[in-house]
Design a protein around this ligand. Structure first.
Ligand code: 5RP
Length: 228
């Protein structure tokens, strides 16, 4: 099985978590693209989707799925039971690095609005410790050097993602080499710097379960508790 077949298998497995008549929270990326296509096959059974990127919105609409505004959904008291998204890395506590596609800010917003985060990945994304994948950080353009210098002080090597502007009009710093002994503490620290819009660590709010595809099948991972 190649990696795309594994991504498709994980995406297909997520369909069983979608309850009839509900609104679905939808992430971004190549694994999610497979999920959107699977969702298209059951579009008559769902009440629409809230999307985390313009690219996912376009693909949802191409699959005949109505894209709803998050503010409207929440203002009218409707729940979003499940959010389905991929990850660049995921550990056994189901903490993640996300943002390889640059959609981290809207992904974090939509995930926070949904009751349950189902992460869909192929097995190459599962790691013992986060940090091999460069950490994406969305930054307001005028704060680039301020944030970059602080990331360097933490031991990272930030590089601006070339030719890339987020859906929110900001830039991405991809940070290699950042030590992550405590991902939740690092997320909290970077998040509160002026000019940082979102850090691509999803550690304080980890996934609720992961569907991990390998050639032997799709395995469900529940978060492993860490001893205090
Ligand atoms: C986009 C993301 C994606 O979930 C992440 O990059 C994984 O993407 P893919 O499924 O293409 O490997 O966070 O911002």
């Amino acid at each position: 099985m190649d990696q795309n077949e594994l991504k498709r298998a994980a995406a297909r497995a997520a369909i069983e978590f979608i309850e009839t008549g509900t609104i679905v929270g939808v992430g971004s990326g190549s694994t999610v693209n497979f999920f959107i296509d699977e969702l298209g096959a059951i579009r008559g059974r769902i009440a629409g989707a809230v999307s985390s990127s313009e690219r996912s919105s376009d693909r949802l609409r191409a699959n005949g799925i109505e894209v709803l505004e998050l503010n409207t959904v929440l203002a009218t008291g409707r729940a979003i039971p499940v959010y389905v998204d991929g990850a660049d890395e995921i550990n056994r506590q189901l903490q993640m690095i996300k943002g390889g596609g640059g959609a981290l800010t809207r992904e974090k917003i939509v995930a926070a609005a949904c009751s349950r985060f189902v992460c869909i990945v192929d097995r190459s994304k599962v790691v013992d410790a986060l940090g091999s994948y460069p950490l994406p950080v969305e930054v307001v353009p005028m704060a680039r050097e301020l944030v970059a210098s602080r990331l360097r002080a933490l031991g990272g090597r930030p590089e601006q993602r070339a030719g890339f502007v987020t859906d929110n009009g900001n830039l991405i710093l991809d940070v290699a080499g950042l030590p992550m002994p405590d991902p939740a503490a690092l997320e909290a620290e970077i998040n509160q710097w002026p000019g940082v819009v979102t850090v691509g660590l999803f550690a304080r709010d980890a996934a609720d379960l992961a569907l991990v595809a390998s050639p032997g099948g799709v395995q469900r991972l529940d978060p492993v508790a860490v001893a205090a």
